[in-house]
Design a protein around this ligand. Structure first.
Ligand code: PEP
Length: 268
């Protein structure tokens, strides 16, 4: 079965004012115009979701958020629900990113920032959020990945297995088939270090095996698995050419329309 590639830009805490978001989104729309071989997504700050939805209207670009809460309403100051995201035209939601799990590959310039930014994400909160996002008919992009210390201890595969199963508790095989998993080795995110393509493919195979054990072979064959971690125009083709890698979650390189479009093109 051939899976349709999915390339998602994660703008993180960047381009969050309407003017700068509209400018970059318009550049991306122009740069990827005519793309038919892949799904293209921009995951942008909450403040500019509506701006980017409007800018990408009638284009091949879909819009994603970078998180969502699992409750639809109530006394949850600062939270945003999947239903609210759907109402403004969002189709995808990143969940369980290592930065919301408080797992960093590189020390921030001020380490206090890392500690303060620990949003307390766990496999259980990722699971709750995944169910809530699916309930609104949106597509979760669920991130999993090992830290450098876990890799050095030789426990990468068990960490991945635990995170995948933890995210999927209580989700039926049909729904699992439609979601996106992003394998992001934490030590490769924002560090400029890329996981070797063969090793990235091997771990994406571990992700697929965990899905098979949990939700069956059909779901494992259908589910799309992205690689994320310093993907750039010069390494994208090799990574995206691997059998278990169905796309990319792209941070830094998604902030330049030309680089992001080159990665989209590399998925052909
Ligand atoms: C990410 O934010 O998910 C990511 C992979 O970032 P970068 O491409 O900058 O490593």
């Amino acid at each position: 079965m051939s899976r349709r590639p999915i390339l998602a830009g994660n703008w993180k805490l960047n381009k969050g004012t309407p003017d700068e978001a509209a400018t970059l989104a318009a550049e991306v729309v122009a740069a990827v115009a005519g793309t038919t071989h892949a799904d293209v997504v921009l995951c942008v700050p909450y403040t500019v979701l509506s701006t980017v939805v409007a800018t990408t209207d009638d284009s091949v670009v879909a819009v994603g958020a970078q998180d969502a809460f699992w409750k639809e309403s109530g006394a949850y100051t600062g939270q945003v629900s999947p239903g609210m995201l759907k109402a403004v035209g969002v189709h995808y939601v990143i969940l369980g990113h290592s930065e919301t799990r408080g797992r960093y590959g590189v020390a921030e310039p001020d380490f206090t920032d890392v500690v303060l930014a620990h949003f307390g994400e766990s496999d259980e909160t990722v699971n709750r959020k995944t169910k809530a996002v699916l309930a609104q008919g949106l597509v979760p992009i669920v991130c999993i990945g090992e830290t450098l210390s876990e890799r050095e201890q030789g426990i990468t595969d068990s960490v991945i297995d635990t995170q995948v199963r933890g995210a999927l508790v209580g989700i039926d095989a049909d729904a699992v088939s439609g979601l996106v998993l992003a394998y992001e080795p934490v030590w490769a995110i924002g560090t400029g270090k890329t996981c070797d393509a063969a090793e990235a493919d091997r771990v994406c195979g571990v992700v697929r095996a965990a899905v098979a054990a949990f939700a069956g072979d059909d779901a494992a064959t259908a589910v799309r698995i992205q690689y994320g971690g310093s993907m750039k125009p010069d390494n994208a083709a090799e990574l995206l050419g691997m059998p278990n890698i169905d796309g990319g979650l792209i941070g830094g390189a998604s902030l330049k329309a030309g680089d992001f479009a080159a990665i989209v093109a590399a998925a052909k």
